[in-house]
Design a protein around this ligand. Sequence first.
Ligand code: G
Ligand code: G
Ligand code: MN
Ligand code: NA
Length: 250
Amino acid sequence: RSLETDLRKALANDEFELFFQPQVDLRLYEINGFEALLRWRHPKWAKVSPAEYIPVAEDIGLISPLGEWVIRTACTEAVKWPRDIKVAVNLSPVQFRNGTLVQSVRHALESTGLAPRRLELEITETSLLDENEATMAALHELRRLGVQIAIDDFGTGYSSLSYLRSFPFDRIKVDRSFVRDLSSRRDAMTIVRSIASLGAGLGMSTVAEGIETKEQLTQVQTAGYTEAQGYYFGRPKPAHELVYSLDALL
Ligand code: G
Ligand code: G
Ligand code: MN
Ligand code: NA
């Protein structure tokens, strides 16, 4: 049977699960958040990345119910976490187009009681491609609710720098391809450093993604990143396996 057929049934059959990957504050050196990442419990699709089925969900009109499930489930988990650890959720550009996003975020916050500051929405540069008025209006409304907004996979879009002027993001997540190339390409360090200083100058936090080694961690700390995320600190894990202290991880 096809991916599309199985995808249509997956939500009703409760086949989705969220995994969570730690995000580390490099100044305090502690876990300050987790990014929620979708996983599909299915004999045939469990090993398939959301990068493959999210686009199908977008095409067949499933991304809004699926995205709402992700937001609600992420808030339900995060409210149980200690301190003020936040949860970051990835949004599809398509979720901005159908007009129900703000309402579903508001509802998830109200029904779970999660403080809005503890929810972060990650949007990719493609969401901002046309600086669509509805998208901008939704972003400003979400900001008024008090949620945080991050720009994800930064540096890979068509006009990354202009996106930074389109909205006052809380956080810039530099694409992990730049971190990956740090040891092999001199230009990667130049770019990684520039994005850190760009963020500092604009008053935005900067997150280095894809940190896999101690050496990469040292490099992004030197470059001035405020936060980091990657397999070095931990792989995405189910909610019941999370630990909240960095000491317990390293
Ligand atoms: O977790 P993984 O590396 O397999 O994620 C692959 C891609 O799928 C990443 O680009 C990630 O942002 C995206 N992704 C993971 N979970 C979600 C989700 O809940 N919603 C959306 N829209 N994208 C997600
Ligand atoms: O597009 P986005 O940044 O949301 O994608 C997150 C994806 O990156 C997830 O699928 C996650 O599993 C993956 N990821 C997280 N940390 C690392 C890492 O250190 N190395 C690699 N290769 N992938 C990672
Ligand atoms: Mn992300
Ligand atoms: Na990313």
